[in-house]
Design a protein around this ligand. Structure first.
Ligand SMILES: C[S@@+](CC[C@H](N)C(=O)[O-])C[C@H]1O[C@@H](n2cnc3c(N)ncnc32)[C@H](O)[C@@H]1O
Length: 209
């Protein structure tokens, strides 16, 4: 399946990375998918399109993001939300009249799937522990890149692995965010899990041994 960009920004922007990601998700055919770090919702929309192809209406997508830059969130890395393409800037400012990095804009992008989605605005360090992980069978971990945040997010998702699910982590080996790799390596070692490093060290796929 082709990974579409929907005129927005995404971390899976390099040619082929989105398709690689969708192939990985397709292998597992998850029914309840959790994305930590939604940003403009591009991956969310692609995942919903894929899961609808596989399961028709019988799937759920849960997406969590800060959805705002604030003093409270200043320790987290938020990608630059401005467009270098002036047409995109004009499209969102004057035609859509939306900030693409807002829960409202992401809801709009996903409105075709309104009965399948659950978007949550909040910090994963506080919100994740309140989410029922019992039925979640796939996690795309792409939120905060700080060591403590990644460690928190992985620990909160341990149940997914215990139930034979998958956690796919993005940005495993980023030079400017070494905390991601450190947190993943520690988590895998402590819990004695299987970890496959994929796509030139971009993704770490964690599953039961
Ligand atoms: C790299 S982007 C996600 C890209 C998205 N997964 C995609 O494929 O296009 C990281 C996102 O994580 C969010 N984020 C950063 N720290 C967070 C935290 N502690 N809790 C929730 N979201 C967080 C940012 O707001 C940002 O939108």
């Amino acid at each position: 399946m082709k990974y579409k960009k929907y005129f927005r920004k995404t971390s899976l922007k390099q040619k082929g990375d989105g398709e690689f990601f969708l192939k990985e998700v397709k292998k597992k055919k998850p029914k309840i998918f959790l994305e930590i770090g939604v940003f403009h919702g591009v991956t969310a929309r692609n995942v919903c399109e894929l899961l609808a192809q596989i399961h028709n209406d019988d799937f759920k997508y849960i997406g969590l993001d800060l959805f705002e830059e604030s003093d409270e969130n200043k320790s987290e890395i938020i990608p630059n939300t401005n467009f270098s393409n002036p047409f995109k800037q004009i499209y969102f400012q004057y035609i859509k009249r939306q900030n693409p990095y807002s829960i409202e804009a992401v809801k709009d992008l996903l409105k075709k799937f309104e009965n399948n989605i659950h978007l949550i605005k909040g910090n994963s360090n506080f919100v994740l522990k309140k989410i029922d992980m019992n039925k979640v069978d796939y996690v795309f971990l792409d939120g905060g890149h700080d060591y403590k945040t990644v460690k928190n997010d992985l620990n909160c998702c341990s149940e997914v692995i215990n139930n034979n699910g998958t956690i796919l982590c993005d940005d495993y080996n980023l030079s400017y965010a070494p905390g991601v790799k450190k947190a993943i390596d520690e988590f895998v070692k402590q819990k004695n899990l299987k970890c496959e490093i994929l796509l030139n060290s971009r993704f770490a796929k964690i599953e039961k041994n």
